[in-house]
Design a binder for this molecule. Structure first.
Ligand code: F6R
Ligand code: ZN
Length: 186
């Protein structure tokens, strides 16, 4: 039988001591995400061990929902801030919630039909991600961006579309300020 429990989430670091799923995403595995391939190569040559983000998940066998944190480190490649891969859920009826606990960023969202939206990520803001909206988070600040996410266990991740085509809009640094611009490569 599934039993209720309280799970500690450290909103500063994103640590979830009782997490039973974890992965670390090194920047070297994010080749192709950034438009400026030369800047990417220069970055990884100088920072071969750099980590883009880490994910910790708390999942109980047989449960309908699971949750966890994503901790995104600050950085930039070319004029693009560090970002997650971005994905649709396999199940088109499954949305998600992202509750930002520390740091600053922006959540880029888009539909298959071409709608785009951005939601600010700042401590206290819980982003509602409706079903079938692709979502990518971007750390636009100088500190780690930590958010807790809550999702159905069977949602699944579909990375292919975004990995192949990118997202319609980019979050870039323009003279030290965040700008959301159309992706010329889309
Ligand atoms: C789960 C979810 C987050 C992301 C995580 C990393 O549905 O949206 O847990 O998986 O922030 O981002 P991706 O998976 O896009 O690399
Ligand atoms: Zn998701």
């Amino acid at each position: 039988m599934l039993l209720p429990e309280g799970v500690f989430i450290d909103g500063r670091s994103g640590a979830v001591p009782n997490a039973n799923e974890r992965y670390v995403k090194p920047v070297t595995e994010l080749r192709g995400l950034y438009r400026d391939a030369a800047a990417f190569d220069a970055y990884v040559a100088q920072n071969p061990a750099a980590v883009g983000y880490e994910v910790a998940g708390f999942r109980r066998e047989g449960a309908d929902i699971f949750f966890g944190t994503t901790t995104m480190y600050p950085g930039k490649i070319g004029d693009e801030y560090f970002m997650t891969r971005g994905h649709y859920h396999v199940r088109r009826d499954c949305g998600e919630a992202y509750y930002t606990q520390s740091g600053n960023g922006v959540l880029l969202l888009q539909t298959r039909e071409g709608e785009t939206r951005e939601v600010e990520m700042a401590p206290g803001i819980c982003a509602f991600i409706p079903p079938d909206w692709a979502h990518r988070s971007v750390n636009t600040g100088a500190e780690p961006l930590v958010f807790a996410w809550f999702c159905q266990t069977t949602a699944g991740h579909d990375y292919a579309d975004i990995l192949t085509h990118g997202m319609r809009r980019l979050a870039v640094d323009r003279d030290g300020k965040l700008a959301i611009v159309p992706n010329p490569g889309f």
